[in-house]
Design a binder for this molecule. Structure first.
Ligand code: NAX
Length: 331
């Protein structure tokens, strides 16, 4: 057995964490040989609820879970942690403008960046789930200058999983037989779910998804808008936002980052180096592969005129969000 690692989940009393904590503690993220010590961060008024979560974790009697620290202190929560799931954020309330939400949440991620800088392991891997996830990840990184920028990522894996599942349904194949779907850009309605490089296995042979689907109109319109609006569709049906699938996606993201993808592509929001003509220094979702705990953007893909427009639109939104966030941080 390896030595235990400390893993923090913020928003630990919330609904995504409720599914995520079990996945981490049961070995689904860091592997069946890796014990974990869970740090659970939430705000002071939620400490009572968090106590119930701690009780339930104990009652799961999980062999890999060696300890749990519930806390409302960011510095206690981030001390010596190797992996961080930043889920906690203020939810959007009725009548709230996107800018108000950004302003409230950016402050949280500034404070958490500062705490990470001070007390976390310098090789910490950070996954931001709380919205606006891409820009929150950027701000968190900015306020943790002693940690490499590459160690801050934002979650677009739920969008990728949704896209993969839509294509599998369209083609009538199991979801595992579809790979290399890409989510470009922001985890917002401007994201670009792109099936143009995706591959499907049918009858033992690999085939490009566009040829197998053979319906350009579907891939450019119905597919894209179904994935973009899937979160809203879940809210309309469940009266609550996606939680089980969001937790599964967060597990997928962190597991692939720690344990590697092989030649399979996954989408992650990472700090842009300007690849594919995107603005530099924003957190943009790209197709990546991972090995030895590091991600690498998939290079050399052809960008069609249609894709160019989509990438530019989501890149522009992210550049604007970044500016708004930097303005908030100045106050
Ligand atoms: P909940 O409202 O159930 O839980 C959020 C928790 O965060 C609450 O317990 C709250 O007290 C806590 N919190 C608030 N401020 C905090 C702070 N400063 N420090 C620590 N904890 C704090 O929301 P949930 O459904 O779990 O969603 C969490 C976040 O994930 C939201 O921002 C949501 O928008 C975002 N999502 C992101 C997704 C993605 O793909 N990137 C998809 C799912 C989800 O919508």
């Amino acid at each position: 057995m390896a030595a235990p690692i400390k893993v923090v989940v913020t928003g630990a009393a919330g609904q995504i964490a409720y599914s995520l904590l079990y996945q981490i503690a049961s070995g689904a993220v860091f592997g069946p040989e890796q014990p974990v010590y869970l740090h659970l961060l939430d705000i002071a008024p939620m400490m009572g609820v968090l106590e119930g979560v701690v009780m339930e974790l104990a009652d799961c009697a999980l062999p890999l879970l060696v300890g749990v620290l519930p806390t409302a202190s960011p510095e206690d929560a981030f001390r010596d942690v190797a992996a961080a799931f930043l889920v906690g954020a203020m939810p959007r309330k009725e009548g709230m403008e996107r800018k108000d939400l950004l302003s409230a949440n950016v402050r949280i991620f500034k404070e958490q960046g500062q705490a990470i800088d001070k007390v976390a392991r310098k090789d910490i891997k950070v996954l931001v789930v709380g919205n606006p996830a891409n820009t929150n990840a950027l701000i968190c990184s900015k306020y943790a200058p002693s940690i490499p920028k590459e160690n801050f990522t934002a979650m677009t894996r739920l969008d990728q999983n949704r896209a993969q599942s839509q294509l599998a349904a369209k083609l009538g194949v199991p979801v595992k037989d579809v790979k290399n779907v890409i989510i470009w850009g922001n985890h917002s309605s401007t994201q670009f779910p792109d099936a143009s490089n995706a591959v499907v296995t049918i009858g033992g042979a690999e085939k490009p998804v566009p040829a197998a689907v053979n319906d350009d109109e579907f891939l450019r319109n119905t597919f894209v808008s179904t994935v973009q609006k899937r979160g809203a569709a879940v809210i309309a049906a469940r009266k609550m936002s996606s939680a089980l699938s969001a937790a599964k996606a967060a597990s997928d993201h962190m597991r692939d980052w720690f344990l590697g993808t092989g030649d399979r592509w996954v989408s992650m929001g990472v700090v842009s180096d300007g690849s594919y003509g995107t603005p530099k220094d924003i957190v943009f979702s790209f197709p990546v592969t991972t090995a030895n705990g590091k991600w690498k953007i998939v290079e050399g893909l052809t960008i069609s005129d249609f894709a160019r427009k989509m990438l530019d639109a989501t890149g522009k939104e992210l550049a604007e969000e970044k500016q708004d966030a930097l303005d908030v941080c100045k106050d």
